[in-house]
Write a protein that binds this ligand. Structure first.
Ligand code: GAL
Ligand code: MG
Length: 942
């Protein structure tokens, strides 16, 4: 089985982003490589060659070996190769003997080729892709290059088949050989009335052309494929060599003012993808490739950049089959020395051109490839000009991409550009097509402000979307130290104690390395959905549906709609999706009815989803492709407030240390020292064992750490826990109501801040809470404005009416619809490989925690006071529990449920993870006053 040595445990893996992997041992300069420590893997095996291969040439193909290797057959040296991600093939015929043959391969971890392979990834070595033998006749089809050019209506095609026939005998008579080509459709039926045929001149290209009337075109939306079979015949008409390739009819046009597929402005709903699995390293099994394709398609991803090297050949076949546009990238990155290498150094030109040539020759017949990329972060210089010239001479049917030197490329590519700057390019009307080869850095809890990006991409005609950085976390599965029975997902720093590393910076995936989706993927699915629904005239029952597909109508979908009242579905229906031509929009009537009487205080929402009517290759019938939620503009009557006079009476008592309020139903004890409740009981049942403790901290996210925000904002870390109570005032304005006012100082520095809470305990058992934070001026932004409440152990079930079901934040909530959701406390943790804040829900109207018996606590946003909506979380961890541990298995799990009842948490950001804050609208500045309020009561078992 192909594998990487480091996955098998020798030597230890290394993860460095910009630095070359060997820099912890020695620091040679190029083209030298480390001499003292450079592991070598020696492989040996025997093989036999079938008898009927005699008279043919036998080749051995190595599909991927990192970083360089020598090959011997039967003790004779056959050759050497580098470039870890394209095939290396050797003609071993002269070395073979009948019966058993021996094959020896010596692989070097690092070679001078490694200087061109400084990609930001775990550095893994060895033979990680297939090795196989194959035989070809002496006179054979050496090359096959297919082009499909469409007419100006993008309807009929010219199929051009270019072959090069080689004669290794040196004796084959010209004129005796013929090349024949036939095209077959998806059902295997011949398409050409008569096969194309022509007479090859050895070693020279022969192009055969056919007109194909209205073929089924290929696109990511509708990936129709044909098969081309090329046959070489000898003088007697016998076929001596047969080659096949799949063909997708499609045309890419590019140039100033355009980048189109089949005539339509292409929009990349893209992601970058590294080849990585925790169990197999870069030897990604086909089943995982299929899993990746399915996950991408199901989340509306239509494009993939093979960052940063040519991928396993099966990957491009899958992109052809399932429909994903690919930017195929040369294995060339010199990040650590990119100002000097390859630059314009002539001694490196051949190596650079060889790398792109190997990729283009391998992949040129894939319909999915819509651009050639010269590499990544390899600087600029004449060598890129030479590479670009080489590609254009070989294949002018696809644009050249290279973010490192846009002047030699056909498209303008940037990475991590902020939305406002993307908009500047849009507005500039610069006709050069623009894309982000990397954006929205999906490291940990990230991917904020995606709607902002997509509003801009869809607004300006020179913009073509972007590619998320990136698809999957890179980890290696290892046993937990001291617990061999269980494994965990390790990353840089877990191996090789003391060796330099960039830690978890290789974990930037929309999915975990286990392929379990991160919540950011839900947001990607939403902003990438191929249609939108907006309000048209909701009063009259109409919405506007925009079809963003380039080629398809909406007939693959059914439209499901529902009207909810406070999260309960009260009307619903299913319709055939409306007939909306690609690129257009239409008003659509939905048959909902405004109820005769509207419930006082209730909220009504309209949810619309588009689901697959039939199963497709990539998803089952019923799979939801697109969804939207719109607030109904029905004016509901305001509910009447129950009069306080009717409340059962309470008794207020005070000691030196406590305030106690008791009634028939309720018992509240407040500690004067902490200013928080030490217990809250209703009908004798303990609902709270502590809180609300002011809290301004979150377990730092990777984006927080990347911009050192956790250090900058450190004054907020313990400010809540260390609050100093300065005054506690209890009063009883009426027999059924007690108020307790707590004033506290927060030890923020350089200036202290103030925290003020008013509790109103009511005879019916309800406690109303109103918090005011005066955050002193000159302090850093706040991670959170909120409070933590401790519910007793056993309150495991949660139920909320707010945004969900996945965690959401102010800048990542467009995919999380308002609804009533149920879950468990343990399920509130998203699978981030490095623990950080998790489980937030925005726009929460109410939330309940219950034990097995269904008893528990309800928290309601207080509609009468301050901000009407809360943010909540319910975890077995405090924010400090999530601040420090490097792995999930190290996180302390508390038996109690820690309930965050917050005004706000700052956005997650993610425009990059090395300095970019969340957008201004999602920050919580200090120097201002925040007020919010909520009500606590016993969960009524309705
Ligand atoms: C980009 C680079 C990627 C990766 C990313 C950060 O600059 O092209 O390979 O390093 O930053 O995760
Ligand atoms: Mg790099």
């Amino acid at each position: 089985m192909p594998s990487n040595w480091e996955i098998e445990g020798y030597p230890e893996p290394i993860y460095l982003n910009i630095k070359y992997p060997w820099e912890g041992y020695e620091k040679p300069d190029f083209p030298d490589v480390p001499k003292d420590f450079n592991p070598v893997g020696s492989y040996r095996r025997t093989f036999t060659v079938p008898d009927d291969w005699s008279g043919r040439r036998t080749l051995i193909s190595f599909q991927g070996v990192k970083s360089a290797f020598f090959v011997w057959v039967n003790g004779k040296k056959v050759g050497y190769s580098e470039d870890s991600y394209t095939p290396a093939e050797f003609d071993i015929s002269p070395y073979l003997r009948p019966g058993a043959n021996s094959l020896s391969v010596e692989v070097y971890r690092w070679s001078d080729g490694s200087w061109l392979e400084d990609q930001d990834m775990i550095d893994l070595s060895g033979i990680f892709r297939d090795v196989y033998l194959y035989a070809i006749p002496l006179v054979h089809v050496h090359d096959l290059f297919v082009r499909t050019d469409l007419d100006s209506a993008f309807r009929d095609a010219t199929l051009s088949v270019t072959t090069v026939v080689r004669d290794r005998t040196g004796k084959a008579a010209k004129g005796e050989r013929r090349v024949e080509a036939q095209l077959y459709d998806a059902k295997g039926r011949p398409v050409l009335r008569r096969p194309l045929t022509g007479e090859p001149v050895f070693d020279e290209p022969l192009t055969l052309k056919a007109d194909v009337k209205a073929p089924d075109l290929w696109s990511a939306e509708d990936p129709n494929l044909y098969t081309l079979v090329v046959t070489l015949t000898d003088g007697k008409g016998r076929s001596t060599d047969i080659q096949r390739t799949r063909v997708g009819f499609r045309q890419v046009d590019f140039g100033p003012g355009k980048w189109t597929v089949n005539g339509k402005h292409v929009m990349f709903h893209g992601t970058n993808r590294h080849e990585s699995t925790p169990e197999h390293g870069q030897a990604v099994p086909e089943s995982v490739m299929v899993e990746d394709v399915l996950l991408m398609k199901r989340h509306n991803i239509n494009a993939v950049r093979t960052s940063h090297y040519p991928n396993h050949p099966r990957w491009l076949e899958l992109c052809d089959e399932y429909g994903l546009y690919a930017i195929d990238e040369t294995n060339l990155e010199t990040h650590g020395v990119r100002d000097r290498l390859p630059a314009s150094l002539p001694e490196w030109t051949d190596a650079c051109v060889d790398r792109i040539r190997s990729m283009v020759e391998r992949d040129k017949n894939h319909a999915c490839v819509v651009a050639w990329s010269l590499g990544n972060e390899a600087g600029d210089g004449d060598n890129f000009k030479t590479m670009a010239d080489w590609v254009r001479a070989r294949d002018d049917s696809r644009p050249v991409h290279y973010e490192g030197m846009n002047s030699v490329a056909d498209v303008h590519s940037e990475m991590y550009t902020k939305p406002a700057d993307v908009e500047k390019y849009g507005k500039s009307a610069n006709p050069k097509p623009y894309m982000l080869c990397e954006y929205t850095h999906a490291m940990g809890n990230s991917n904020g402000n995606l709607p902002e990006y997509w509003e801009i991409f869809e607004k300006y005609p020179n913009l073509h979307g972007g590619f998320v950085w990136d698809w999957v976390d890179q980890n290696i599965r290892r046993p937990i130290p001291g617990d061999a029975k269980h494994s965990y997902l390790s990353y840089g720093g877990d191996w090789h104690p003391g060796y330099p590393t960039d830690g978890n910076f290789s974990c930037n995936g929309l999915v975990a390395s286990t392929r379990s989706p991160h919540p950011g993927l839900m947001e990607i699915k939403k902003v990438y959905q191929p249609l939108s629904v907006t309000a048209d005239d909701l009063g009259a029952g109409t919405v506007k549906v925009r079809n963003k597909h380039l080629f398809s109508g909406l007939d693959a979908y059914e439209l499901r709609w529902s009207v909810t009242r406070n999260g309960e579905r009260v009307q619903h229906g299913t319709l055939r999706a409306p007939d909306v031509a690609p690129g257009t929009s239409r008003a659509v009537r939905l048959p909902y009815k405004k109820p005769g009487t509207l419930e006082p205080g209730a909220e009504y929402w309209l949810d619309v989803t588009f689901a697959l009517r039939d199963k497709t290759r990539w998803a089952p019938a019923g799979h939801i492709v697109a969804a939207e939620q719109l607030p109904m503009d029905w004016r509901v009557p305001t509910p009447a407030d129950p009069a306080p006079g009717t409340l059962p009476a309470l008794e207020l008592s005070e000691s030196g240390t406590e305030v106690m309020v008791t009634g028939r139903e309720v018992e509240v004890v407040l500690s004067k020292a902490s200013g928080t409740l030490s217990s809250y009981k209703v009908k004798g049942k303990l609902l709270l064992a502590g809180g609300p403790v002011p809290n301004f901290w979150r377990g730092p996210t990777d984006n927080d750490i990347g911009r050192k925000y956790h250090e900058e904002a450190a004054t907020w870390r313990d400010a809540g826990a260390k609050a100093k109570v300065t005054e506690v005032k209890a009063a009883q304005p009426s027999p059924g109501e007690v108020t307790i006012e707590v004033t506290a100082t927060l030890p923020t520095s350089p200036s202290p801040s103030a925290w003020h809470t008013v509790f109103t305990v009511r005879g019916d058992g309800e406690v109303r809470v109103r918090h005011t934070l005066k955050a002193a001026a000159g302090l850093p932004d706040l991670p959170v404005v909120g409070a933590l409440l401790t519910a007793p152990a056993g309150f495991e079930r949660i139920d909320w009416y707010g945004r969900g079901p996945h965690e959401n934040y102010q800048d990542r909530k467009s995919s999380a619809f308002v609804g009533r959701y149920r879950s468990t406390v343990d399920d509130q943790v998203a699978p981030y490989v490095r623990p950080q804040q998790t489980g937030n829900m925005t726009d929460v109207r109410n939330l309940s925690l219950a034990d097995r018996a269904g008893d528990g606590l309800t928290v309601l946003a207080d509609p009468a006071d301050g901000e009407p909506l809360l943010e909540t979380s319910a975890l077995h961890h405090t924010p400090s529990d999530l601040d420090g541990p490097k792995h999930p298995y190290e996180v302390k799990r508390r038996d109690e449920t820690i309930l965050g009842v917050n005004h706000r948490q700052m956005g997650v950001g993610g425009n990059d993870s090395w300095g970019a804050p969340p957008l201004e609208a999602y920050l919580l500045h200090s120097g201002r006053t925040y007020t919010y309020a909520y009500r606590l009561r016993a969960l009524s078992r309705a």
